[in-house]
Ligand binder design. Structure first.
Ligand SMILES: [Fe+2]
Ligand SMILES: [Fe+2]
Length: 253
């Protein structure tokens, strides 16, 4: 009995570590969030048969509210970095100055959509998958492959290996084999230069005094992003569930 109690206590303790109470509801965390903290939970949640409070489903009151029919702009404003994402906006601003076609300005605006709004690891692939139903195939293709191309110079367009990457990943960092394969595939593809242009305009060092706002891109989004009338997440595309997860990241199920 004592052993059972201590097991229960251990489960409870672990549960309290894993969950954050919110009023009468318990907020569950996806395993991915635990992995991001470098840990594996000791118990799965919810513990079967254990007396417990209700778990959070639906609107998460800790996060900015989202309208019933969210647009791309709503995701930028309510789910991205507070104040908007200068890396994305500055990159799109540069692309515009460099005379890229409008749809590729949109590509630059969205190229790190996954980094800023969803999952960093394999961000090109996640971003492309999220956006595929709503943008021209050239745009999502370019977003997918910019992830690999960022690691490889192309002197024909003046793109060298980013100094930032030396700082971030260390001297002599070699991308994983799947990235090398993606690069080999991409460099012979008809959309290669579009993905490359994302790299060229991928601006990490910008003047902090220059502030670009999303309003600058409102028209381009309107012309090149197929905003569903039901709202992102409420439509029935291959990535609607991903948008819903961004809206409600801590739904228990
Ligand atoms: Fe990127
Ligand atoms: Fe970027």
């Amino acid at each position: 009995m004592a052993q059972a109690k201590s097991m229960w206590q251990a489960a409870e303790d672990a549960e309290h570590q894993q969950m954050k109470e919110l009023g009468e509801k318990i907020v569950t965390k996806s395993l991915l969030f635990h992995l991001a903290d470098g840990s594996l939970p000791r118990t799965n949640t919810p513990v079967p048969g254990a007396p417990r409070k209700q778990v959070l489903m639906g609107t998460d009151p800790r996060l900015p509210p989202m309208p019933e029919k969210p647009t791309l702009m709503d995701f930028f404003k309510n789910r991205f970095t507070i104040g908007g994402d200068q890396h994305l906006m500055q990159s799109a601003n540069l692309a515009q100055k460099n005379g890229l076609p409008e749809k590729m300005v949109l590509g630059c605006l969205l190229h790190d959509f996954a980094v800023n709004g969803f999952i960093r690891s394999d961000h090109g692939y996640w971003g492309a998958q999220l956006l595929e139903p709503y943008v021209d195939e050239e745009v999502s293709w370019a977003i997918r492959y910019h992830q690999a191309l960022r690691f490889y110079p192309d002197e024909s367009v003046g793109y060298g290996y980013p100094e930032l990457y030396v700082k971030l990943f260390g001297e002599g960092y070699r991308p994983e084999p799947y990235i090398e394969r993606a690069y080999e595939f991409a460099k012979n593809h008809k959309y290669y230069m579009s993905a490359r242009m994302i790299c060229v305009n991928d601006l990490y060092s910008f003047d902090p005094n220059v502030v670009v706002t999303m309003e600058q891109f409102e028209d381009i989004i309107g012309r090149h992003f197929k905003q569903p009338k039901e709202g992102l997440g409420n439509d029935n595309t291959s990535s609607s569930h991903m948008w819903r997860t961004i809206i409600r990241p801590c739904n228990a199920l």
